[in-house]
Design a protein around this ligand. Sequence first.
Ligand code: SAM
Ligand code: SF4
Length: 499
Amino acid sequence: MSPRDKTAPRDGRPASGRNSTVLDIGRPPTAANPSAKPAAKPRDVDTPTVLSPRLTPNKNTKSVFIKTYGCQMNVYDSERMADVLAPIGYSAVDSPDHADLVILNTCHIREKAAEKVYSELGRIRKHQKTNNPDMKVAVAGCVAQAEGAEIKRRAPVVDMVLGPQTYHKLPEMIAQVTRATGDVLETDFDTIEKFDALPAGRNAKGYSAFLTVQEGCDKFCTFCVVPYTRGAEVSRPVDQIVAEARSLASQGVREITLIGQNVDAYHADGPDGSAWGLGHLIRHLAKIGGIDRMRFTTSHPRDMDADLIETLATEPKLMPYLHLPIQAGSDRVLDAMNRGHTYEHYKALIARIRAARPDIALSGDFIVGFPGETDEDFEATMTCVREIGYASSFSFKYSVRPGTPGASLPRQVPEDVKSERLKRLQELLYTQQREWNESLIGRTLDVLVEGTAKGDGQLFGRSPYLTGTHFDGPESLIGQIVPVRITSAGVNSLVGERV
Ligand code: SAM
Ligand code: SF4
């Protein structure tokens, strides 16, 4: 069916279809005031976030300010850095003003993301000079891994440079810097050692948490730095993941999102000795008391196996949302990108997924202007979007990443052509996103309430489809899963009322 049908879910079933017992309890609609509600923006890797304080610092504790750039893997890593620092007396603060330690947890996926770090370091240097001369500065994450000592050269304010697989060593790095034995550069690649060394317990904040189950990538898409900055693909052992999930549940977390660069490539030996994929892991974790909802991201089309699709169909705690990037609709471009699949393969896969879970909200990533992309290739991406239909998306202009095969390809696409293509693509994607959201009007959705919204008396939570949802209610509902009747919808968020 057309993705522009405004009254029914994407598969064309009426709103009271397969999941109606869970999602649609069928109360009558009432009026709403959408203009009063702030829009929820999907997470964009170019928008940094600040780790919120867990403890109020006092004179006996030191303080750390962690600013996170990039994807959910970095959000997770920042939380784990705070966990590693807590035993040595550091508590997280939400401003660098009086912080003893500032950590920028960086993203290298596009040039813009990396350059932002250097601008921020310039501001930090000024602040350190005038207000806080004892402050130590660390650059962590993928820019640290990719640029190493070059960071110190461009920004001498930096004391520590640490790659994504070394943050468990933060206490010893801090000791080294504090003893003034020199600056620290740690860019090892031992993912297993990192996870073994991290504390088993998590310091949970909120009711929804990320949990890294897989890291790194062996696929080497020709545009991407991840295999170089995060290293080879590694899956965490089942017992480690279970212990972390239990720790989160015991602290009141109700929703866990399993994350990995290619999370559906997860593979490990289960406690029964058999080989487990992501589907098996999800079904196992879903048995943990207190965990009511599960999600996973980001998936690669080549790794979506039959067991995972079956789990989408049968595991009631698994939410009906799937982020499955295709990047481009042209087979020629997909081949040049080394994606390892064709458009027809992706389309057939989506058909199987929708047959298994008809109400699934599908999300994707797209790159326009990959080297050699012609007008015809770009039109194939537009056709892909029209044919598949997306509930949400992330779309980017191709960004040349030094050292990747794409950087040395001939026929780089001019910037103005990329911009024009991105504009057209986003118009289409945002129209579909709005239409998807509007198709939910009149339905009652279970919303996990995460906190208050900006408006007076308003709460904010997430629908099963991951859409940010606003409604009026008392703060006592924070942490609850509340039925909310959707009364209006925008491109990025829903508005409703409690039923
Ligand atoms: N592993 C996932 C996959 O293959 O679908 C994607 C992970 S990647 C960290 C997140 C997204 O960043 C990609 O899906 C891609 O759209 C975008 N991206 C990566 N490298 C890029 C580049 N050089 N220029 C523009 N976008 C890029
Ligand atoms: Fe990057 Fe491709 Fe690996 Fe995704 S699959 S992380 S895009 S190399």
